[in-house]
Design a protein around this ligand. Structure first.
Ligand SMILES: Nc1ncnc2c1ncn2[C@@H]1O[C@H](COP(=O)(O)OP(=O)(O)O)[C@@H](O)[C@H]1O
Ligand SMILES: [Mg+2]
Length: 468
């Protein structure tokens, strides 16, 4: 079966209308041919009646006059009054012999029909059939009047009539198709709007709405589309609000945890180190064998403080607002490089000035980079991670753009089935800043993250809010 999935609906419907019209024309032509055949039959039957009655009259006249020199049968009179092209009259006596016959000549201006049409017409209508009426004299049949039409003449006439219908069809069909196509194009024009609306929704433009249409069916589709778009926008709005709340809670929780660790755990470790130092002094005087244990306690406390400092650094970012975004990120990269001890190399390139960007933009970008670097180290096992931070200022006064590109040479693997909280959080932070984010982890290895965030013109006036 033919697959119509790619075909044009207007063309399809027009073709159907053309096929149905042709079938209708064929049916009308058939009806005309049947009707013409029926009227020919009626005519030759009537002519046969007249001929039989005329011959009966002639016969009775001959007998009444006792005319030995009779010219019976005489078909001249009948022939003169009823003769038509192709019509034949004859008298057949009881022995089956034709004793007189008249045939009207065929019309010469008729086109000769094709052989196929002739064969089909003869098969369907049997155009040579005779109309036969008995001629009765004194209650006894003396023969029969026979009337028929030359089949070649009938076939030619039928072909002529069919040809006229065909001409009408040839003229009317293209016109009909053009009208149907134009009407369908007009009626289906709103489908283009529906398609554009769907495409806009697919690209994330949830403000797309459809206008009311004339056609009730399309109007119903438009209403459902608008409702769906509204619900989708509301659902996404709710999700964004929830995620942003989650980010705020997460940031707050991290700050709280960092404070607790610093104030409680950090103080205790400092106390342990102080106690270990004092115990060492005592041990040096009174019990030298304890010196090694005291040193061990001091070393362990120092290591723990180192670890705590790393954790605090991750939990509570440096004051991005005070240090500036570029310096904070350079510090972050330096931290990763020192912790990886040469196994991984983190590089940063900064282009442009970031001194006057809003605090919320700087804090969110810092968190995004922090998550992306953790992902590159944790999920990809990357050996080289590059970060490029660029400020694209417009040539004319207007909105600029901060572009962040992070690439790693991670191991090949399956692309992520679905994003976790990290990527979702990044997206939400970017959405809150009105920017765009794209992330691609290639199956062949390596991944790239692109973030661009608009920065409003006249940054000095921007609020120095602290979101993170
Ligand atoms: N740099 C990367 N290279 C390869 N895969 C990554 C990278 N970053 C993230 N992924 C994939 O994306 C998934 C989602 O990451 P994320 O949202 O940060 O969640 P989480 O880190 O909590 O697993 C990860 O589980 C991982 O499969
Ligand atoms: Mg992650």
């Amino acid at each position: 079966m033919r697959n119509w999935s790619g075909s044009d609906l207007k063309l399809r419907l027009t073709l159907r209308v053309a096929v149905v019209s042709m079938l209708c024309f064929a049916a009308i032509s058939g009806y005309f041919l049947v009707d013409a055949d029926r009227s020919v039959r009626a005519r030759i039957t009537a002519v046969a009646d007249v001929t039989a009655r005329t011959l009966e009259l002639q016969q009775s006249k001959t007998q009444w006059l006792n005319n030995a020199r009779s010219d019976f049968p005489n078909l001249d009179g009948v022939a003169a009054s009823v003769m038509a092209p192709g019509l034949c009259l004859a008298f057949r006596n009881t022995g089956g012999e034709i004793s007189q016959r008249f045939c009207g000549g065929a019309q010469t201006d008729m086109a000769t029909p094709p052989l196929a049409f002739t064969a089909l017409y003869r098969r369907l209508f049997d155009p040579g059939r005779e109309a036969v009426r008995p001629v009765v004299s004194r209650g006894q049949a003396i023969g029969e009047a026979v009337v028929w039409v030359d089949p070649a003449v009938l076939t030619a006439e039928a072909w002529h009539d069919a040809g006229r219908l065909m001409t009408v069809l040839m003229l009317a069909l293209p016109l009909l198709c053009a009208l149907v196509y134009a009407a369908l194009s007009r009626a289906l024009r709103p489908t283009l709007l529906i398609r554009d609306g769907l495409a806009r929704i697919a690209t994330g433009d949830l403000a797309a709405r459809l206008p009311p249409f004339d056609l009730a069916e399309l109007s119903a589709i438009g209403d459902v589309f608008n409702q769906l778009a509204e619900r989708l926008a509301a659902a996404l709005g709710d999700r964004n609000a929830l995620t942003q709340k989650l980010i705020l809670v997460q940031d707050e929780e991290r700050r709280h945890l960092a404070r607790e660790l610093h104030d409680e755990f950090g103080q205790s470790l400092a106390a342990i180190r102080a106690l270990a130092a004092s115990a060492r002094l005592t041990a040096a005087q009174d019990c030298p064998p304890l010196l090694a244990e005291c040193d061990g306690i001091a070393r362990t406390a120092t290591d723990m403080m180192e670890t705590l400092r790393g954790a605090l650094f991750r939990l509570r970012p440096p004051d991005v607002d005070e240090l500036g975004l570029a310096a904070s990120l350079e510090g972050l990269i330096a931290g990763w490089n020192s912790r990886s001890r040469g196994r991984q190399r983190f590089e940063i390139t900064v282009a442009g000035s970031f001194e006057r960007i809003p605090a919320s933009t700087a804090a969110n970008l810092y968190r995004i980079v922090q998550e992306a670097l953790t992902n590159a180290a944790k999920h990809a096992g990357a050996t080289r991670v590059t970060l490029r931070l660029e400020m694209r200022e417009p040539a004319l006064a207007g909105d600029g753009e901060i572009v962040l590109a992070i690439d790693d040479d991670g191991k090949p693997g399956d692309p992520p089935a679905k994003s976790g909280m990290g990527l979702l959080g990044m997206r939400e932070r970017v959405a809150a800043l009105g920017g765009r984010l794209s992330f691609a982890a290639r199956q062949s290895g390596g991944s790239s993250l692109r973030v661009s965030v608009p920065v409003a013109a006249g940054l000095e006036a921007a609020p120095r809010d602290r979101a993170a």
